[in-house]
Write a protein that binds this ligand. Structure first.
Ligand SMILES: Cc1ncc(COP(=O)(O)O)c(C=O)c1O
Length: 362
C-alpha cells in the first residue's frame, strides 16, 4: 500500500518538494534584533484609543474587500496622486506573489539582484517561473554591465529591486535603476520596504515609466503584526493584479487598526526618526569593535562582517547572551562571515553591543 510519503512524492510539484520553507526562528525571551521590527510599542494614550476602536469591530462580518478607509489613509500618508491606484496585500510578501502570478506566462522569468530579499526567488520558484539572480559588486552596488547583459539575454517579465536593499542596507544608484527600467521588457517592482529610514523616494518613477510599480509596507515602521503591504501604480496594472487577490485578504482587525493608526502616523514618523538617530550611534559603536567591516545603512539594520570564520560562533554566543540577530554566512558568497543586526532602542543596542564585544574578545 502507498504510504502518505509516497502519495506526497507522487503528487506535489517537484519544484515545491525542492524548496525549503522560509525559516522563522523560535525567539522565546530573546531580544529580537533579527527581523527589522520597530522596537517601540504604541504610546499608552494612543494604545488606549486604538483598543476602543477595536471594541467596535464586528468580527462576525467579512471585511470590506476594497478597504476604502485604509486606502484613503495610505494615499494621504504617501501623497499619492489620484491618477494612481493602490492594491493592498497581507504583507508585501503577498503582493510579490500576486504580481508574479499575474505575469507567470509559460517560460516567463523573474530577475533580481543577489544578495537581496529572499522572497523574490522563493516565490518565483514556487510558481514555476525561471529565476535569474545577478550578483551585486563586492561593495553591494548594482553591477551595471552584467545586469544590462542579463536583462538582454533573459528578457525578464518581472524585475524586483529593493531600494534600500535587504540585507545589504544600501541604496542603489538611481541612474542605473532608471537605466534598468528603460531596458527591461517587463515590469519593474521597486520595493521600498525600508523607505522610512532613508531620504530616497521612488514614487516619482511612476510618472516617468509605464512599466514600474512601487511596493511598500507598514511592517518596518511599527506595524509588522498587522500584515499590510502596499502596491501603487497605474490603474491598468492594479486592476489586473487585483483579480488574483483573494477578496478578504485584509482582515477586519487590520483594516480598523490601520485606518485609525494612519490618522496618527506622526507617532511612527517620530519613532522612525529616533531609530535613524539610534542607527548612527550604533554604527559608530560597531566601528570601534574588532569586526572586519561595518557597512553604512539606509535601513533599520546594519550589516557587519565578523572576523574570518567566526560569524556562526558570534551569532551563537549572542544567542546565549539572550540576543537574537541574523547570521547570513552561507546565504550568498558575498555575505561570507556576515551578520545582520536590526536597530533596536538605544538600551537594546547597548545590550547587544556588550554581548557582541564579549563574543569578539572571548
Ligand atoms: C525588501 C523587503 N521587501 C518586503 C519585505 C516583506 O515585508 P512584509 O512584512 O510587508 O511582508 C521585507 C521583509 O523583510 C523586505 O526586506
Amino acid at each position: 500500500m502507498k504510504t502518505v510519503k509516497d502519495w506526497v512524492k507522487d503528487l506535489v510539484r517537484p519544484e515545491v518538494m525542492a524548496l525549503s520553507a522560509y525559516h522563522v526562528p523560535e525567539t522565546g525571551r530573546l531580544l529580537k534584533l533579527d527581523a527589522m521590527e520597530n522596537p517601540w510599542a504604541l504610546p499608552d494614550a494612543l494604545r488606549a484609543q486604538w483598543l476602543q476602536v477595536l471594541e467596535s469591530v464586528q468580527i462576525n462580518r467579512y471585511p470590506n474587500p476594497a478597504a476604502p478607509t485604509v486606502k484613503a489613509g495610505l494615499r494621504k500618508m504617501m501623497g499619492l496622486s489620484s491618477q494612481y491606484e493602490l492594491l493592498l496585500g497581507n504583507g508585501s510578501d503577498e503582493l510579490i506573489q500576486l504580481v508574479a502570478m499575474a505575469l507567470a506566462k509559460p517560460g516567463a522569468s523573474v530577475l533580481s539582484v543577489e544578495p537581496s530579499f529572499v522572497m523574490y526567488k522563493m516565490i518565483a520558484q514556487f510558481l514555476g517561473l525561471q529565476y535569474h539572480g545577478v550578483a551585486l559588486t563586492e561593495d553591494f552596488a548594482l553591477d551595471r554591465e552584467t545586469l544590462l547583459a542579463a536583462i538582454k539575454t533573459h528578457q525578464p517579465a518581472l524585475v524586483f529591486l529593493a531600494q534600500p536593499n535587504n540585507p545589504t542596507g544600501n541604496l542603489f544608484d538611481a541612474t542605473i535603476v532608471e537605466e534598468i527600467i528603460a531596458v527591461t521588457p517587463g515590469l519593474v517592482v521597486v520595493d521600498e520596504a525600508y523607505l522610512a529610514f532613508t531620504d530616497s523616494d521612488a514614487l516619482p518613477l511612476l510618472d516617468r515609466h509605464p512599466n514600474v510599480l512601487i511596493m511598500r509596507t507598514l511592517s518596518k515602521v511599527g506595524l509588522a503584526g498587522l500584515r499590510l503591504g502596499i502596491l501603487a501604480g497605474a490603474p491598468e496594472w492594479i486592476r489586473e493584479i487585483d483579480k488574483l487577490r483573494l477578496p478578504y485578504n485584509i482582515n477586519v482587525l487590520t483594516q480598523a487598526s490601520a485606518a485609525f493608526l494612519l490618522d496618527h502616523y506622526d507617532t511612527f514618523r517620530e519613532q522612525t526618526a529616533r531609530l535613524r538617530a539610534a542607527r548612527t550611534d550604533l554604527i559608530q559603536a560597531l566601528r570601534v569593535l574588532p569586526l572586519e567591516r561595518v557597512w553604512p545603512s539606509e535601513a533599520n539594520f546594519v550589516l557587519v562582517r565578523a572576523p574570518a570564520g567566526e560569524a556562526r560562533a558570534v551569532f551563537e554566543a549572542l544567542k546565549k547572551s539572550g540576543v537574537l540577530i541574523k547570521c547570513l554566512d552561507g546565504a550568498h558568497p558575498l555575505l561570507k562571515d556576515c551578520l545582520r543586526i536590526t536597530v533596536g532602542t538605544p538600551q537594546e543596542n547597548q545590550q547587544m553591543l556588550a554581548a557582541l564585544e564579549k563574543s569578539l574578545i572571548d
